[in-house]
Ligand binder design. Structure first.
Ligand SMILES: Nc1nc2c(ncn2[C@@H]2O[C@H](COP(=O)(O)OP(=O)(O)OP(=O)(O)O)[C@@H](O)[C@H]2O)c(=O)[nH]1
Ligand SMILES: [Mg+2]
Length: 293
């Protein structure tokens, strides 16, 4: 298949034509997630450029620099009649509140096209889950797409953190995340691809088109189309199984609430331990150091 055939496949993909029909799904949601400044919004603009095959346009606002968080609203961008890209809010570090929020976004609970606030408690997550009854988002077939920049190093402990995040994304969506590795024209590429390969994920190194540099190249177009084509082929494969969107939604609610509950218990334990330590230190200061007999 050449680039044009693959583009056509993406453009014409319809859930209705899958092995068992649409099974109650009416849209494929490519859920982009990852750290801030790694190129999620730039990837959206690149995807629109290669699939529409027209002029380069900025659809998703891009940060002026990699270290300036830009996207705060969970915006959606329609790529084809069936496929929509979601620019989820990126996180700066992977703390307990942010992983909870990422899971809520990946589970498709917060409404689209509204501002994302980070969660703090179990009640916050529960509220989002209950409020999600207002929207009809259970009819979306969710595909997690992790966006990571090859310019960033992955230190030893960060690899474990990334793996845990990818596992969590798989748990909540039921689909193995695809990894888009932006900035592939970097000296680190080999080192970083090896780190992801051992995690067993599907990896697509590519160079995004940007506002400053969107001169079409066969390689950039080819990499972007190949990535989208593989993602959609995977959707078609997963649709060969009998699925139930309502049951999947219930499972996601259960997983998210359990996660939020576990996090809250952990935090409470940490708070108790630290106030216990503070009390201990205070009482030691009062009694003074032990005198030797
Ligand atoms: N050269 C090059 N620059 C890129 C690439 N991908 C992203 N950038 C640049 O990296 C910066 C950050 O990109 P964004 O798309 O705003 O990153 P983001 O992940 O959406 O960030 P948040 O919205 O803050 O979460 C921008 O200046 C982009 O132009 C790439 O593949 N190559
Ligand atoms: Mg962004």
């Amino acid at each position: 298949m050449d680039i044009d055939d693959k583009r056509e496949y993406i453009q014409n993909f319809s859930l209705d034509n899958c092995a068992h029909g649409n099974q109650g799904y009416n849209r494929v949601l490519l859920q982009l997630f990852g750290y801030t400044g790694h190129g999620k919004s730039t990837f959206i603009n690149s995807c629109k450029y290669v699939v529409d095959d027209g002029q380069y346009k900025v659809y998703a606002r891009v940060a002026s620099a990699e270290n300036k968080p830009e996207t705060m609203i969970r915006n959606s961008y329609q790529l084809t009649e069936t496929i929509t890209l979601v620019d989820n809010r990126g996180c700066v570090t992977m703390n307990k509140d942010e992983t909870g929020e990422i899971c809520a976004q990946l589970g498709n609970f917060p409404p689209l096209d509204t501002e994302v606030k980070w969660f703090h408690t179990y009640t916050d997550i529960l509220t989002t889950v209950l409020e999600s009854e207002r929207n009809n988002q259970f009819t979306d077939f969710i595909v997690p797409v992790f966006v990571y920049s090859a310019r960033k190093q992955i230190a030893g402990s960060e690899a474990d953190e990334l793996k845990a995040l990818l596992n969590l994304a798989q748990k909540i969506t039921g689909i193995l995340p695809t990894v888009v590795l932006t900035n592939k024209l970097t000296v680190n590429l080999h080192h970083i691809t090896e780190k992801f390969r051992v995690m067993g994920v599907k990896l697509f190194p590519l160079e995004n088109y940007t506002e400053e540099d969107h001169v079409r190249t066969r390689e950039k177009h080819g990499d972007l189309i190949k990535c989208l084509h593989e993602i959609i082929k995977e959707v078609e494969f997963n649709m060969k199984m009998k699925r139930d969107p309502v049951a999947e939604r219930i499972d996601r609610k259960r997983i998210l609430c359990q996660l939020a509950h576990d996090r809250d218990m952990e935090k409470q334990k940490e708070e108790m331990m630290s106030s216990f330590r503070a009390l201990e230190e205070k009482s030691q200061r009062k009694t003074g150091p032990c005198t030797q007999q």
